[in-house]
Design a protein around this ligand. Structure first.
Ligand code: UDP
Length: 579
């Protein structure tokens, strides 16, 4: 690459990237979240097209044009999901192969080349181009994955074009745009819980496929460029080997996200898992680059990238190991176990439970009053024991656990967990059922959440004032197809009811959320952040619902009992009579 070309590209692409960045900042506050998302996707398309028109060559313009076409196909796929649109990418690949750059040859392991016949070349290019949009859409099923692997692939392509020593101007232009725009739109592409969606996955898939083809005609062997985007393929490859391993493990989770599920199942949270897979792919991709272009400079770069990413992915492992040894993962307080997890981890586990869909998975939220209730109420204690996650909701409980030398990572308020889970459900298209509170409260809560997350699929809702033996509730939830059920019947009624009706409710993740519907509907006001931070949320609620005073008196009993336990005057395992 000549210095002049590099400066020319940089001087136009970087200002365009900065403009997009500023534009995003400007619009973030004034637009609704959904509008903002659409705006950002359109801005990305626009900046690609403008860059290609202003500084690109006919070849790069062609690739970007095909990318835009692919995103239109992706949009149609999203609008009419049952129409078998995936086959249309084959047509896209064919058009690309006819009118655009083609894959002419592949490098062989003995250093030679295999040249394709014109028809062979057409076929290989068609398959290559059409595979990537679909591949990226598959990767996109794991939130955050496609964006992370795109960054790895485009970065490697950029490094390869820069250090290949050949004038790969088109490939350099495409890779530079790719890296820059991925960086600028990072909050969309690098967000751990966000997916690109079909249109963007198709766009980026076509762009990376097209870019990797470019080098062939300019001298970098096809094999290098086929393996460079290995980052994208590494999941299926790693999965294949993992599948062999998993044959001896009792598991039935195969498919596009088997590795992801395995890691989640072993207790790694979602962000760490995405980072780990990205690191594996980055190291694999960099290793291929070195083996193909093995200069000492590349070797050094590979080693540094490998160390960087290995370190990056190892940190959470080390942190997990440290946590395992120092602090209990499931501390108990008077016989009630609480999960020592972060909000992100709890959401990851819940995602895993929704995806595996094995019967009822109960998520309970407990506070100081709830653990005291569990001590005297065996049915409630049993329901908590059967919960797949028990979250510490309540500053008092967090404080108590801390004082007893078994701290939890953070307080996870039921309402916060519920809202985050709704966000995830909306992104994933998981239907949600709302059960509990008064008619007005549940309707209001549903309305609030639908306004907040327009994509939220509400499978159904009904108030919580029904007879415990009412036979119509479970069939209604089951037939609604809900994957998540929020039950706001109050503690301990909601947990006991859910545990008792587990079989009738089918495959659903049920979360007991107490008074959250009242807060979401606006009937109750949530305590301001400061009150929450200083552990006075209960007082704020008491002011709104003075009839709770008797119940809240128990908080003092809780505090006293914590002190007594601390000095050994109250049994650590509680005074519950075990059945
Ligand atoms: N609730 C219900 N059915 C009942 C009792 C209560 O739907 O039979 C609802 C009530 O309307 C409220 C929610 O359960 O919205 C939580 O009640 P509470 O505040 O007493 O529970 P906590 O938040 O203390 O768990």
């Amino acid at each position: 690459m000549s210095m002049e070309t590099t400066v020319h590209y940089l001087s136009l692409i970087l200002p365009a990237a900065v403009c997009c960045f500023l534009l995003q900042r400007l619009c973030r506050r004034s637009l609704e979240p959904t509008q903002y998302n659409y705006f950002r996707d359109l801005a990305l398309l626009a900046v690609w097209v403008l860059s290609a028109v202003w500084v690109g060559t006919p070849v790069s313009r062609f690739i970007v044009g095909m990318g835009v076409l692919a995103s239109v196909l992706g949009l149609l796929q999203r609008l009419y999901p049952d129409k078998g649109w995936k086959a249309s990418y084959l047509l896209l690949g064919l058009v690309f192969a006819f009118f655009g750059p083609q894959i002419g040859f592949v490098g062989l392991s003995n250093g030679g080349y295999h040249y394709f016949s014109p028809w062979g070349s057409l076929l290989v290019t068609t398959l290559w181009i059409s595979a990537f949009p679909i591949l990226l859409q598959e990767l996109d099923k794991i939130p955050g994955m496609a964006g992370h692997l795109l960054v790895v692939s485009f970065s490697l392509l950029l490094i390869a074009t820069v250090f290949s020593g050949q004038p790969l101007n088109d490939a350099f232009f495409m890779a530079l745009c790719g890296v820059s725009y991925l960086g600028v739109f990072w909050s969309r592409h690098g967000h751990m819980y966000r997916r690109l969606g079909e249109p963007l996955a198709a766009l980026w898939g076509t762009l990376i496929a097209g870019t990797s083809v470019l080098g062939v005609s300019k001298g970098i062997t096809f094999s290098t460029l086929m393996l460079l985007p290995l980052g994208l393929f590494a999941i299926p490859i790693v999965e294949t080997s993992l599948r062999a391993v998993s044959l001896v493990l009792p598991s039935r989770s195969y498919g596009a996200s088997a590795l992801y599920r395995k890691l989640i199942g072993r207790g790694l949270d979602h962000p760490s898992t995405v980072r780990f897979i990205t690191s594996v792919c980055a190291i694999a991709g960099a290793a291929v680059a070195v083996s193909q272009l093995g200069t000492s400079l590349f070797m050094m770069m590979w080693v540094s990238i490998a160390i960087l990413f290995a370190g990056f992915s190892l940190v959470p492992f080390l942190r997990n190991m440290k946590r395992n040894t120092d602090i209990p993962l499931r501390p108990t307080i008077w016989g009630t176990a609480v999960d020592n997890v972060s909000m992100d981890y709890a959401l990851s586990r819940t995602r895993g439970a929704v995806m595996s869909g094995q019967g009822l998975s109960l998520v309970s939220t407990v506070n100081a009053l709830a653990v005291m209730e569990a001590e005297r109420n065996e049915a409630y204690a049993r329901a908590l024991r059967g919960s797949f996650l028990t979250l510490a909701d309540g500053a008092g409980l967090v404080w108590g656990l801390h004082l007893l030398g078994k701290p939890v990572q953070e307080r996870i308020a039921g309402i916060d967990f519920m809202v985050r889970l709704c966000r995830m459900a909306a992104a994933e298209g998981w239907p949600v059922y709302f059960l509990g509170a008064s008619k007005a409260a549940v309707t209001g809560a549903v309305r609030t959440l639908q306004t907040k997350f327009p994509d939220l699929v509400v499978a159904g809702y009904r108030d919580g004032y029904f007879d415990a033996g009412d036979p119509s509730i479970c069939p209604a939830v089951r037939s609604s197809g809900a994957k998540i059920l929020f039950a706001a019947l109050g503690v301990p009624k909601q947990e006991i009811w859910l545990a008792d009706h587990g079989i009738d409710l089918g495959d659903v993740v049920a979360v007991g959320v107490g008074g959250s519907f009242d807060v979401l509907s606006g009937a109750l006001k949530r305590a301001p952040l400061l009150w929450q931070k200083i552990g006075m949320e209960w007082l704020y609620r008491l002011i709104q619902e003075p009839w709770r005073w008797k119940r809240d008196l128990e908080l003092f009993l809780f505090a006293a009992r914590v002190f007594l336990t601390k000095i050994g005057l109250y049994p650590d395992e509680g005074r519950r009579r075990r059945p």
